[in-house]
Write a protein that binds this ligand. Structure first.
Ligand SMILES: CCCCCCCC/C=C\CCCCCCCC(=O)N[C@@H](CO)[C@H](O)/C=C/CCCCCCCCCCCCC
Ligand SMILES: O=c1ccn([C@@H]2O[C@H](COP(=O)(O)OP(=O)(O)O[C@H]3OC[C@@H](O)[C@H](O)[C@H]3O)[C@@H](O)[C@H]2O)c(=O)[nH]1
Length: 406
């Protein structure tokens, strides 16, 4: 140890400190998850009138669960809300799904907006713009197509929107679905994603993923409306940033967002993770270093090396204990986020967890390698900072277009 150059010794110390910091993140996430998640929403309607909410549902294409998921918005236990369905393309098969639900529940205030409005590059913002302009209420909820609501999800979000808050978002999670791909998604959202999301929320770091969020319309209007974020693909991150820059607070709600898309396969999920990684790299370049470094397998190897240098500990034993403890800590966190029995066997968790941990660094490298971003039927590139521009797409005929929509 005496003969080591100072710089290498310093590097080993920094790695070891980072490793300790990562365990603090594990601990924070578990404690905060236990404290915050799944608390019952108890506000009684008679106490004070609940504010009305305009719910924006940007839709594109259908999947086997879409009707069931959308129906959960018609049957919520909440006094006053309106549903604003936004569909860009009038030949989209989602149109008939929405229309049949509107016929089935005539008592629910629901409107369908078609055609979108090109206010920027972000197709989700363009799609939602007509609905946003028509929204009647001060509280706006943006909810992606794959989200399923519980009876009291909206109540829970509204309860979290207290005086100083202008953004309440749901931590992404998944419904119980059949198959290994569903297990893999649940393992991802319930472990690595929950760990970062919970600790970021606790420490006041912007980690907003906009699949289900509640906003104050007056604040968004003051910032220039949704259209002001149309130049970004990651509108969620920039909406949260702008809200905080104005002095407002944001936080997660007690219930996680229950994603329940009927399309569930490993390769399209990994494509989605790669797309998200590309967004993060462009918006927060420090993640280029932080993300691979905070992966279990990578960090374990580096920390074993530094422990061997600093304390002369056996690197193999250190590595195995590190991986095993990480695994157990992830299991505990997943159980907290799930809040009930898991829909898969423990062995499936082991396989899903290993696949996630091994594929994580590879997917990240993949994202760095090819910066073009494919989102549904369009392709984009990002400038450093996050401003997006669309790449010209190849001409596709109508039948291919239908295929992409379905
Ligand atoms: C000492 C330990 C340090 C731990 C460092 C952790 C490094 C960060 C690793 C992974 C980041 C994962 C971010 C998870 C959520 C992202 C999902 C997502 O990409 N959503 C996008 C699409 O909807 C969205 O536009 C992005 C939103 C947020 C991006 C935030 C990036 C910065 C994250 C840094 C968080 C550090 C938290 C550390 C907690 C102590
Ligand atoms: O071209 C599009 C693409 C997507 N959308 C809508 O946008 C929502 C999210 O789309 P996807 O499910 O494909 O994408 P993700 O789940 O990855 O989105 C997530 O990451 C990117 C962020 O900008 C989003 O806010 C976040 O929800 C859906 O409701 C979808 O219907 C459009 O309206 N038009």
């Amino acid at each position: 140890m005496k003969h080591l150059p100072n710089s290498l010794y310093g590097f080993a110390i920094s790695l070891f400190v980072f490793w300790c910091g990562t365990w603090c993140v594990h601990l924070l996430a578990i404690c905060y998850g236990k404290f915050k998640l799944h608390k019952k929403s108890s506000k009684c309607y008679n106490e004070s009138p609940l504010p009305a909410v305009s719910i924006l549902k940007p839709l594109m294409g259908i999947d086997p669960n879409l009707e069931h998921n959308l129906e959960s918005f018609f049957t919520m236990d909440y006094p006053v809300y309106e549903l604003l369905f936004c569909i860009e393309d009038s030949v989209d098969p989602a149109v008939s799904t929405v229309e049949s639900l509107m016929t089935k529940y005539p008592q629910v205030d629901a409107t369908l907006y078609m055609g979108g409005s090109k206010v920027g590059v972000n197709p989700k913002i363009n799609n939602m713009q007509p609905g946003y302009s028509a929204a009647k209420h001060e509280l706006i909820m943006i909810s992606d197509s794959g989200i399923k609501m519980k009876n009291d999800t909206l109540l829970d979000m509204v309860n979290n929107m207290t005086e100083k808050y202008a953004l309440v978002h749901q931590m992404p999670f998944t419904c119980d679905r059949e198959g290994f791909a569903a297990t893999f998604e649940k393992v991802f959202f319930g472990t690595v994603q929950s760990r970062i999301y919970l600790s970021a929320d606790l420490l006041g770091i912007n980690c907003h993923t906009g699949m289900s969020c509640l906003l104050r319309k007056s604040v968004i209007d003051e910032l220039g409306g949704l259209r002001a974020f149309g130049c970004y693909l990651a509108e969620d991150f920039f909406i949260a940033k702008a809200i905080r820059d104005k002095g407002w607070k944001m936080r997660i709600s007690n219930q996680p967002a229950m994603q329940n898309s009927g399309i569930c396969d490993i390769s399209s999920f990994q494509e989605r993770l790669i797309r998200w990684a590309k967004l993060r790299v462009a918006m927060v370049p420090t993640t280029i270093l932080l993300e691979p470094l905070s992966e279990c397998m990578v960090l374990g190897a580096l920390a074993s090396w530094s422990a061997a240098i600093l304390f002369n500990w056996d690197p193999l034993v250190f590595y195995l204990v590190h991986v095993l403890t990480w695994f157990l800590s992830d299991w505990i966190l997943l159980s907290i986020v799930q809040n009930g029995s898991l829909s898969f066997h423990k062995f499936e968790f082991v396989v899903g967890w290993l696949l996630r941990e091994i594929s994580g660094p590879y997917l990240f490298l993949h994202a760095l390698w090819n910066p073009a971003i494919r989102w549904r039927r369009r392709t984009y590139k990002l400038q450093w900072g996050g401003i997006a521009y669309e790449l010209p797409s190849v001409n596709i005929n109508l039948s291919t277009k239908r295929l992409l929509l379905s």
